[in-house]
Design a protein around this ligand. Sequence first.
Ligand SMILES: C[S@@+](CC[C@H](N)C(=O)[O-])C[C@H]1O[C@@H](n2cnc3c(N)ncnc32)[C@H](O)[C@@H]1O
Length: 289
Amino acid sequence: MLNKKYLPISLNDIPRFSPWPRRLLGLDEWRPVKRDREKVAAEYDRDKYARCLAFFNGAVVRPTVENVRDIEFKDDKQPTCASIGDELFLAPFMDAYDDYYALIAENILPLIEKGTTVVELGCGYGYNLAMLQKRSTVSCTFRGGEYSQNAVELAGKLFEGQEESIKVELFDFYDSSYHILDDISGPIVLFTAGAVEQIPDIQNFFSVLPRYKDKVKVVIHCEPVYEFQSDDLLGLLRKRYMEVNDYNRNLASQLKNYAGDIEIIKQEKNVFGLNALNPASVIQWRFRR
Ligand SMILES: C[S@@+](CC[C@H](N)C(=O)[O-])C[C@H]1O[C@@H](n2cnc3c(N)ncnc32)[C@H](O)[C@@H]1O
């Protein structure tokens, strides 16, 4: 249901609320980035998560995961240009984030059964996992994999003493083996949210994951999908946004390449955008048995 605080806006209105149309049209300076490990380390490990970890370490009263998230978003309080499908809205920042978490929760919680391990790859310091743990009524385990050392260290402090039920460890999508999955006996509900986004070419994930197909029950991506964008004006802006930020551009193509081994269970295009130019689609798939 549409959040009552969302104000509908038109495509023409976006430049009033977002710097991106001017950048994409070359009217304001913007240098396309190369999204490699160094870029991720600079944007997440040394900036966002280092700030969150410093906050945790400096706090007098032990912070909760929600307190840390408030610090993560402390500079992002302006209303955001959000989207539901191709409809655009001006949305209070935290309301839009609440809807992002709701999207994740409604796609993951129904898949959890007793004894399941829920794994998020590219999980930051584990906010989504903690959120799911709070909302889950079923006894299960939560594991996260993350590239940023600072985020893993922060998660270790946030979830200290609860490691049996929730834990984050070092992980890299580009690794030749996913050790995080070796230690889990299964069944695994594996998801990504805005993390495949960070990997321009996700081919390696699809080469490595089949090794774990006996325990990975289902995979869910809440991710922007380049190939789902149309050639209308909004679709073109979205494609260009993903190109200049060097976000992933082959998730849907990889799923198609592996169609003999993989069965798509659900596919919802551009369901919700915290940023209207980078909306999350939901894809749920499993290995064919
Ligand atoms: C946009 S954030 C999303 C975090 C979290 N999934 C969420 O929904 O809030 C992208 C995350 O992907 C992580 N990441 C980027 N490249 C990665 C890689 N090669 N391996 C593992 N994680 C990576 C980043 O460090 C960051 O935590």
